[in-house]
Design a protein around this ligand. Structure first.
Ligand code: GN1
Ligand code: MG
Length: 369
């Protein structure tokens, strides 16, 4: 059965009985299947089928999400905010959990859809970027005292950059589909930057960078912007919230935001780093953090941008070599286009690294340690 035919049965399991008025597929994510469903009463829900190839144990992911969202609700209330607008609320199904496994083993969840708010796939203005930066920073701050050890690792080694690069080299070596020859230049790029981009991982292992509860997928379209106020109100896509490194959250957001082209733009001449956007987001994320980050974290933020761009490029390329099993594609060579795009972006970031570093220092009022 396809997803659309199942949605009404899924809603039934979540005790939503008022009939479906409309269903729209949301195409921005690369992993789960997401639908906005409006019922006849006019209530909107986000209905999602979780990707079980990517999330091997989605029940653990939903347990993380349950505890993190409940914790955030308390923190938001304490801050005088509106928990129903500033964090996600997942519904409980007839089985008592915040998910439901259908007879065909598909894994579903339903959350309240926030109206009058938009997830943007492209940057519209700097003020919104600043707000997004603040909001991702606030997300980490609010979770600073969350008992980190109780969180499951929803995808093991998710931002383990050395392992991601090893996986790519192994994929190129195994070359099951004969695709490695055409990407030998790209694979060489990863060998040339490996030592540099693994620097954050080394510092973390030396105990110089703290683990925090981080989001780990801070794409710009993973934040909802209020249609009226343009405030970044709610961080969404909590699937990879787990212990991580703050510079990775900063860097992953930057790699998406500063790109003057879409992440999968095949014309590489259109791919550049927008330094104004870099500044806006940095001012929100770091400037709005009231000294939350350590000096070493500040020192690694710009490197985090290069690191996350290289890492996701390696993941796209490995997926292309292995037959496009992880990221959804909508055309042949889509993952190769994405990988080449991100490599180009990372190359330009390396050139601009001193300027990025300077902006981070100026914003934080701190210098290299
Ligand atoms: C995926 O789910 P989505 O589309 O927000 C991926 C991220 C990548 C991103 C690249 C669980 O994010 O790690 O950075 O694509 N999420 C997962 O666009 O692998
Ligand atoms: Mg995601």
């Amino acid at each position: 059965m396809n997803d659309l035919d199942m949605i009404s049965d899924v809603l039934d399991k979540f005790n939503i009985k008022d009939g479906i008025k409309s269903i729209d597929m949301i195409n921005s994510g690369h992993i789960n299947n997401s639908y906005r469903v409006v019922t006849n009463c006019g209530t909107s829900y986000m209905v999602q089928k979780v990707n079980r190839y990517v999330f091997k144990d989605p029940t653990r992911m939903m347990s993380n999400i349950d505890r993190v969202t409940n914790y955030l609700r308390k923190k938001i209330s304490e801050d005088g905010g509106d928990p129903d607008r500033e964090t996600l609320r997942f519904l409980y199904s007839e089985s008592g959990s915040n998910y439901y496994i259908m007879p065909d083993d598909s894994f579903w969840r339903v959350s309240v859809y926030l109206d009058r708010a938009t997830a943007y796939n492209t940057v519209v203005d700097g003020k919104m970027l600043y707000n997004a930066g603040r909001s991702f920073g606030t997300f980490q701050r609010r979770l600073a005292d969350f008992p980190m050890d109780t969180l499951y690792e929803t995808i093991p080694d998710f931002h383990n950059t050395p392992k991601r690069l090893r996986d790519l080299f192994d994929a190129a070596h195994a070359d099951p589909l004969g695709r490695a020859a055409e990407v030998s230049r790209e694979v060489e790029f990863f060998r040339s930057v490996a030592d540099k981009v693994c620097g954050i991982d080394r510092l973390q292992h030396q105990g110089l960078l703290p683990l925090r509860v981080t989001h780990n997928d801070t794409k710009y379209n993973n934040i909802l912007i209020d249609d009226d106020t343009h405030e970044a109100i709610c961080v969404i896509d909590l699937d990879t919230v787990m212990p991580g490194i703050s510079c990775h959250d900063f860097g992953d957001a930057i790699r998406f935001i500063v790109n003057t082209a879409a992440e999968d733009e095949p014309d590489l001449d259109r791919v550049h780093v927008d330094m104004d956007y870099f500044t806006c987001f940095t001012q929100g994320f770091i400037g709005g953090s009231d000294g939350f980050f350590t000096d070493t974290e500040i020192d690694c933020m710009a490197l985090g941008a290069v690191c996350m761009t290289v890492e996701v490029a390696s993941r796209f390329l490995a997926d292309y070599i292995l037959g496009d099993k992880y990221f959804k594609i909508s055309r042949p060579r889509h993952n190769l286009d994405r990988a080449r795009n991100q490599i180009r972006l990372a190359e330009e970031m390396q050139t601009l690294y001193p300027q990025m570093q300077e902006i981070v220092y100026q914003t934080s009022g701190r210098r290299a340690v």
